[in-house]
Design a protein around this ligand. Structure first.
Ligand code: HMG
Ligand code: MG
Length: 306
C-alpha cells in the first residue's frame, strides 16, 4: 500500500509524559512546554488530565495549566476525563479555557482496567457514556484511548478480538476517534497491525491513531507498520517522556523528535520544525534534570555543537 503523504502528531508529553514523574513540575513549566510545542508546529497537544489527585498527583494542577496556556489558532488542546467529575472540572472554567477535545480511556484488558481506573471494561463504558454525551452536546470532540491493545502487564498477550470488542463499545457510545495504545511497549509490527485491523472494523482509518510506548525499542517500526495500513495519526512525547503509573516497567512514549526525523526522512510531511521541537525537549528535560530520551535529538545536538 502507498504510505500516507502527511502525518498528524499529537504530542502527549505534557500529560502522558509528565504524569509519571515523581518530582514536582510546576504548572509554569508545563505551560512553557505546551507553548514550545505549539511554536514547533504541533497541531494537537494533550495538555493534562482531570483525574483524582490521589491517584496521579502530578496532574493535580490541571485547571491551572489549562488557565495558563495562551492558545494558538488552529491547535487542538485535549485533556483526559475518566468520569463526569473530571469532565465537570474540565468545563468549570470559562468557555475559552475548555478543552477542544476530551479523552476517555479504557483498556482491552480487564485487569488493566481495574488497576488504572478501578472498574471493569463494561463499567468503564457505563461511566464514559454520559461524559461522551455531555461533551458532544457542548461541541467538544471526543477521543477514546484504548490501553493494552497488544500486551498487558497483568494478563500478558492481548488478542485482537479484545481490541475489536472495546473499539465496538467505544463506537457505540459515540466516541469519534480512538487511540490504539501499546501501553507497555511490548508490541511488534504484525501484532500492532492485528490490533489496528481489529479497530479498523469499527472506525475509519482517519479516526485511528497509534500510541506506542517504546519500552522494547519497537515504537518506530510499529509506527511504520501502522503507516502501511494507512494510519496517519500518531501520538508521541517530546524528549520521550512518560509512562503510565499503573503499568509497571513501562517506559515513555516514543520520542516525537525520533518520529519526526523518520517521517521527514521518508518525505512524509508533519508541519513540525524539528529544531524547535528539539529545543522544546531540551527545555522540559532540563527542568527534570536529565537528557532528552531521543536518539535523533542527541545526534542533532551533537552535530550542532560541531
Ligand atoms: P475511583 O476511586 O473509582 O472513583 O477512581 P470514585 O468515584 O469512587 O472517587 C474516589 C475519590 O476520587 C473521591 O474523592 C472522588 O472525589 C475522587 P474522596 O471522596 O476519596 O476524597 N475523584 C476525582 N477527583 C478528581 N478528578 C476526578 C475524580 N474522580 C474521582 N476525575 C478514577 C476512578 C478514574 C477517577 C481514578 O481511578 C483515577 O483517577 N485514575 C487515574 C487513572 C490515570 O490517570 N491513569 C493514567 C492515564 S491513562 C494512560 O496513561 C494510558 C494512555 O496513555 C494510553 C496508553 O498508553 O495505554 C491514555
Ligand atoms: Mg500512554
Amino acid at each position: 500500500m502507498k504510505l500516507p503523504t502527511r502525518v498528524k502528531l499529537v504530542d502527549v508529553g505534557p500529560r502522558d509524559g509528565l504524569q509519571n514523574e515523581k518530582q514536582p513540575v510546576s504548572a509554569e513549566v508545563k505551560i512553557g512546554l505546551v507553548h514550545r510545542l505549539q511554536d514547533a508546529g504541533l497541531k494537537e497537544i494533550e495538555v493534562t488530565s482531570f483525574v483524582s489527585p490521589k491517584w496521579v498527583p502530578q496532574m493535580a494542577d490541571a485547571a491551572s495549566v489549562m488557565h495558563g496556556i495562551v492558545r494558538k489558532p488552529g491547535v487542538l488542546y485535549s485533556v483526559l476525563t475518566p468520569n463526569m467529575k473530571g469532565f465537570e472540572a474540565a468545563i468549570a472554567a470559562p468557555r475559552e479555557e475548555w478543552p477542544d477535545e476530551i479523552v476517555v480511556f479504557g483498556a482491552a484488558s480487564e485487569a488493566f482496567s481495574q488497576k488504572n481506573i478501578n472498574c471493569s471494561i463494561a463499567e468503564s463504558i457505563e461511566r464514559f457514556a454520559p461524559v461522551v454525551a455531555a461533551a458532544l452536546e457542548k461541541g467538544i470532540h471526543v477521543r477514546g484511548a484504548m490501553s493494552c491493545t497488544v500486551g498487558c502487564p497483568y494478563e500478558g498477550e492481548i488478542a485482537p478480538a479484545k481490541v475489536g470488542y472495546l473499539a465496538q463499545l467505544m463506537k457505540g457510545i459515540g466516541v469519534q476517534r480512538v487511540d490504539v495504545a501499546d501501553t507497555i511497549g511490548v508490541g511488534t509490527p504484525r501484532k500492532v497491525q492485528g490490533a489496528m485491523e481489529a479497530t479498523l472494523a469499527h472506525f475509519d482509518v482517519d479516526a485511528i491513531s497509534g500510541h506506542f510506548h517504546d519500552t522494547y525499542g519497537q515504537a518506530l517500526v510499529n509506527t511504520l507498520a501502522a503507516l502501511e495500513l494507512g494510519v496517519w495519526n500518531f501520538q508521541s512525547s517530546s524528549a520521550g517522556l512518560g509512562g503510565c503509573p499503573y503499568a509497571k516497567g513501562a517506559t515513555g512514549n516514543v520520542a516525537t523528535e525520533d518520529v519526526v526525523y523518520m517521517l521527514h526522512g521518508m518525505g512524509i510531511e508533519t508541519g513540525i520544525d524539528l529544531d524547535k521541537l528539539i529545543d522544546a525537549g531540551v527545555y522540559i528535560s532540563e527542568a527534570l534534570g536529565r537528557e532528552p530520551n531521543s536518539r535523533a535529538s542527541k545526534a542533532i545536538r551533537t552535530k550542532r555543537a560541531g
